[in-house]
Structures are given as structure tokens and as C-alpha cells.
Design a binder for this molecule. Structure first.
Ligand code: MN
Ligand code: MN
Length: 331
């Protein structure tokens, strides 16, 4: 096809359709509304396989807020992504019906309990429609609400990549906050601690509560120092052995990355992962029976160069490839 004919056909005349592979070249990448990777906007979950959604909420942040602005910033930078993965050659849009379903809506900006309830209801709709969620946060509290919404048949396995274990108890009497999602999920029987692995953990604490919770529940914690010694390939082997063949969820906190490359987050911890390491870890999870995934804790007010949002969009794309392949297997 001559180049001018291509432009005529694709850039100006194409209509987004699931009848054929989604072609993002329907318009220049800087143009049009910035849905995730410029996927079609389809809020009706019954029409899709994978719904990318935003949770513009940071009411669970214990320190620096701003993750409520994460979804919009990540969507904007996600327009830099292209469809076909250069290693796996997966095109998620060929394997599954992928759409941006918009943001979760909250009835109150000021009430954590109300937000939790709204988010659980929002993610329950995915389970009811049989759609897989790929969520852009938002602070990490939301992962508990996601799991509560989508986990229906017994506890799932979990790959948790983060600087923090996120297993603290209530703070000031509130259980739904960003340092507690996995304690809440384990206590509610949503995650099986024996099928759970945490990778990239580091940083000082004021008490040993979190470390003790992990030890007591037999959670395999791969601290950043052990990760350094093991390397990506061996860490992947260990993680896959722990998570096994059953349904599993993957949660990626952007503060797992080193703050030199991802400063835009509420609780940065120096001495973190590189993007190549994080990409290697996620690519290594190919073949797991994933029922959903998220990228959380991007805080654009601390991200003037937008590199954190670019890293988050890139990780979300890596996850989308895994989810699309899992959907194709499950079909
Ligand atoms: Mn976290
Ligand atoms: Mn964290």
C-alpha cells in the first residue's frame, strides 16, 4: 500500500472495531482522547475480555498523597506504547477484546469506608461479566477492594512486586489503607499466603510488625538483597514454584522501582529495581493463570518529568500481554 494511501485509510478513515485486530494507527499517537494505549472506550464489561480501568483514589495514603492523579497520567504516557511485544511477539489486542472501561466512580471523596464499598462493587461487576481487570491506581489500598470484588472461588496466588510488604494492621482504627491490602486479603481468605511471593522488599521500619506477619503466615519474601544475589531468572523460578498452577493475581507497586527512575510515588525507597529487572520479572510470569493485575502508587505531583508514568504505562503493557495470553488460554 502506498504511504499516502495508508495515511488516507488508517489515519483519517479507520473506525475502531473488534471485528478485526484493533489498529492503533487510526490517528497519530498525540491525537484523540488518551484512553489506555488508545484502546476503544467501552464501559460495558459484557462486551469485552479485558477491561483497563483507573482508580483515581489516594485516600489510603499514609504520607504523600497524589496517586489520585495516576490513571490520567499513565493513560497519557501509554499512548507511547505500541501493540506488539518485541520479545514475546504477543499482540494483546489480537488475543483478546481489550478496552478502556474508564474510571471507578466514588460517591464520596472524603470517606474511606464509602470508597472501599464503591470499589468492591465496581470490581464485582468484572466477576459478574466475566471480564479481567487491569487496574491503574490509585494508592495500594485499592488492591484489597479489587481482590474482594473478583475473587469468588477460594483464595488465589499472588505475585506482589513492591518495596513494601503492605501487611500492616489498622491505622487510627481504619483497616482500608495503602499499607494493609495483603493483610486484609489474607485475613478475608482472598489470598493464600502459601501461594504468595513478595519481590523487591526493602526499607526501614519503626516496628517489626510487618516482617513478623509475613513470617507467621509463611509468606515468601524476597528482599532486594536476596533478589540481587538470585538474579531475575532464579527469582522467577522460585516465584513460579510458589504460585503454582491455580488462579493468581499480580500487583505491581511502582515504588518497587528505584526512585532515580520512578520518583513519582508517595513512599519512595532508595535501592530499588531497574526497569529491565522489573520487565524481566513480569515477563517471567508468562503462563500463570492470571485473573487480574494492577499498577499502583503513581503520584504525578512528584513526577515532573513524567518518567514514572512512562514506567507505569510500560509495566501495565507488560501485564496486559500476560493477561491477554491467559484469557486466550482460558477461552
Ligand atoms: Mn504497596
Ligand atoms: Mn510500596
Amino acid at each position: 500500500m502506498a504511504e499516502d494511501k495508508f495515511f488516507e485509510d488508517k489515519f483519517f478513515n479507520a473506525r475502531v472495531s473488534y471485528d478485526a485486530d484493533f489498529d492503533p494507527r487510526f490517528a497519530p499517537r498525540f491525537a484523540e482522547i488518551a484512553t489506555f494505549m488508545r484502546a476503544p472506550y467501552r464501559p460495558d464489561l459484557r462486551e469485552i475480555d479485558i477491561g483497563v480501568c483507573g482508580v483515581p483514589y489516594d485516600g489510603g495514603a499514609t504520607n504523600r498523597a497524589g496517586a489520585r492523579h495516576g490513571p490520567r497520567a499513565v493513560r497519557d504516557l501509554s499512548t507511547l506504547m505500541r501493540n506488539i511485544h518485541h520479545v514475546s511477539r504477543i499482540n494483546p489486542f489480537s488475543l483478546a477484546r481489550v478496552a478502556d472501561v474508564g474510571d471507578a466512580r466514588l460517591n464520596s471523596l472524603f470517606d474511606n469506608a464509602s470508597a472501599e464499598k464503591d470499589l468492591v462493587a465496581f470490581f464485582s461487576r468484572f466477576a459478574e461479566a466475566g471480564a479481567t481487570p487491569l487496574t491503574i491506581g490509585g494508592d495500594h489500598s485499592i488492591t484489597y477492594a479489587i481482590l474482594k470484588g473478583v475473587v469468588r472461588q477460594g483464595p488465589v496466588g499472588l505475585v506482589h512486586i513492591d518495596a513494601h510488604t503492605d501487611v500492616l494492621g489498622p491505622i487510627q482504627g481504619v483497616r482500608f489503607h495503602h499499607a494493609s491490602p495483603f493483610r486484609n486479603a489474607i485475613e478475608d481468605g482472598l489470598v493464600d499466603p502459601a501461594r504468595m511471593v513478595q519481590i523487591g522488599i526493602r526499607g526501614s521500619h519503626n516496628t517489626s510488625e510487618a516482617w513478623e506477619f509475613c513470617a507467621r503466615h509463611g509468606i515468601r519474601v524476597i528482599y532486594i538483597e536476596e533478589f540481587d544475589a538470585l538474579g531475575v531468572a532464579r527469582t522467577v523460578e522460585i516465584a513460579r514454584e510458589i504460585v503454582g498452577a491455580g488462579p493468581a493475581y499480580l500487583s505491581f507497586d511502582i515504588d518497587a522501582l528505584d526512585p532515580s527512575i520512578a520518583p513519582g510515588t508517595g513512599t519512595p525507597e532508595a535501592g530499588g529495581l531497574t526497569m529491565r529487572e522489573a520487565q524481566g520479572l513480569v515477563r517471567g510470569m508468562r503462563g500463570l493463570d492470571l485473573i487480574g493485575a494492577d499498577v499502583v502508587e503513581v503520584s504525578p505531583p512528584f513526577d515532573p518529568g513524567t518518567n514514572t508514568a512512562l514506567c507505569a504505562a510500560t509495566m501495565a503493557y507488560e501485564l496486559l500481554c500476560l493477561l491477554a495470553e491467559a484469557r486466550a488460554r482460558q477461552a
